[in-house]
Design a protein around this ligand. Structure first.
Ligand SMILES: Cc1ncc(COP(=O)(O)O)c(C=O)c1O
Length: 396
């Protein structure tokens, strides 16, 4: 009999949907994928070359559980350069993706029954990770009308004696919201005052638009730094999703706990990918800016198109590569005998009728929205927006 832990786990909705779409594609059906959670670029060549070199030089053995010291040093340099933050290699952990760093962090700090605040809409896996660590997720909804801004007053109302941590994610998946420095400072002060941790998932750090800059919470004061575990990784900034390298920085004792857990569960992260990550972080950042500028062009186009459509509206995201329009107007409407009752129905309808794949907001605790990723070519985005508009206009 399968364990209760796994029985209670909801499989990753986005990965499940990706499998369904792959099946349709296999049948020769041309789907435009707005469901994608990864950059549509290839990993830059200089990064690939470093991994190749590592393979040929026989640098293919285990590394320390927490990752190679040379990579951890480069990560320290990055925090110093970007945020003026000082970390030593012992305060850095390299993992198989940000996802593993997040799991490690929760396993290292959460005891059974501890509460972890999660702001919704949220990325699919946070809830399941907290449950796996035997914590209790406390969901705090942010307001769409407020651009999904970090609502510190609302968070305060949800703090209890059992609050162990809050997970925040700015720039945000799925809303694209970027939290302000002032709101983050207030959250940081609250964490210090009430003695809980901030797990700050900053994986979309460089994908910011309209003059925004990522605020690293840990940089806001030395006291806040002591309460913050920052999570980041190579996936989004360097188009390295399949390489599986992420990292965490934070207080020594917690990082050590995370490394011990990792050591017993997966040993160390992929060795050639660690060499490639040194190259990505330490050398030219031109490709990051190129991708960011192109994502911005697509973001502006998609927003213009969606907000010009009837009966669908979208707050303006300033980060990541997603927009999340509200689709509740279409509930109760139908086409060819098929009624749309919720955002999953709408996502299925769009897949069938328009041959475009979007993700139901239900996967992100946002039942009235769909998530559209603009990690796709401009040509496909144009075609996909035409199809979206035509399909929505048929629902009466
Ligand atoms: C908010 C957020 N955090 C973490 C991750 C996982 O990143 P990684 O590929 O480094 O595990 C993702 C990937 O979609 C994400 O959207």
């Amino acid at each position: 009999m399968i364990s209760k832990r796994i029985q209670n786990m909801i499989p990753s909705a986005t990965l499940e949907q990706a499998a369904k779409i792959a099946e349709l594609k296999n049948q020769g059906i041309q789907i435009i994928g707005f469901n994608v959670g990864e950059p549509d670029y290839n990993t830059p060549t200089n990064i690939i070359q470093k991994a190749e070199e590592a393979y040929h030089l026989g640098l293919t053995k285990y590394t320390p559980a927490a990752g190679m010291v040379a990579l951890r040093e480069v990560i320290c340099q990055k925090f110093r350069k970007e945020y003026g933050l000082d970390y030593a290699p012992k305060e850095v952990l390299v993992s198989a993706g940000a996802k593993q760093s997040l799991t490690n962090a929760l396993m290292a700090i959460v005891d059974p029954g501890d509460e972890v605040i999660i702001l919704t809409p949220c990325w699919v896996s946070y809830l399941e990770m907290v449950k796996l660590a035997e914590g209790v997720p406390v969901l705090v909804p942010l307001e769409e009308n407020d651009g999904f801004r970090l609502d510190v007053a609302k968070i305060r109302k949800n703090i209890s004696e059992k609050t162990k941590a809050i997970i925040i994610n700015s720039p945000n998946n799925p809303t694209g919201a970027v939290y302000s420095k002032e709101d983050l400072r207030q959250l940081g002060q609250m964490a210090v005052e009430h003695d809980f941790y901030i797990i700050s998932d900053e994986i979309y750090e460089f994908l910011v638009y309209e003059g925004e800059k990522n605020v690293c919470v840990a940089a806001l004061s030395p006291e806040i730094k002591e309460k913050t575990i920052t999570i980041n990784g190579m996936s989004k900034a360097y188009a390295m999703t399949g390489w599986r390298i992420g990292y965490a920085v934070g207080p020594t004792q917690i990082i050590k706990g995370m490394a011990d857990y990792q050591g017993n569960t997966t040993t160390s992260p992929n060795t050639p990918a660690q060499y490639a990550s040194i190259e990505a972080l330490a050398n030219s950042q031109e490709s990051v800016e190129m991708m960011r500028a192109e994502f911005d062009r697509r973001r502006r186009y998609i927003l213009e198109r969606i907000n010009a459509m009837k009966n669908i509206h979208c707050s303006i995201p300033k980060g990541a590569f997603y927009v999340m329009p509200n689709v509740s107007y279409f509930y109760g409407r139908e086409y060819k005998g098929l009624t749309v009752n919720n955002s999953l129905d709408l996502a299925n309808y769009l897949l069938e009728e328009a041959k475009i794949a979007v993700v139901t907001g239900a996967a992100f605790e946002a039942p009235d929205n769909i998530r559209i990723s603009y990690s796709n070519s401009m040509e496909n985005i144009e075609k996909g927006m035409d199809r979206l508009e035509a399909a929505l206009s048929k629902l009466k």
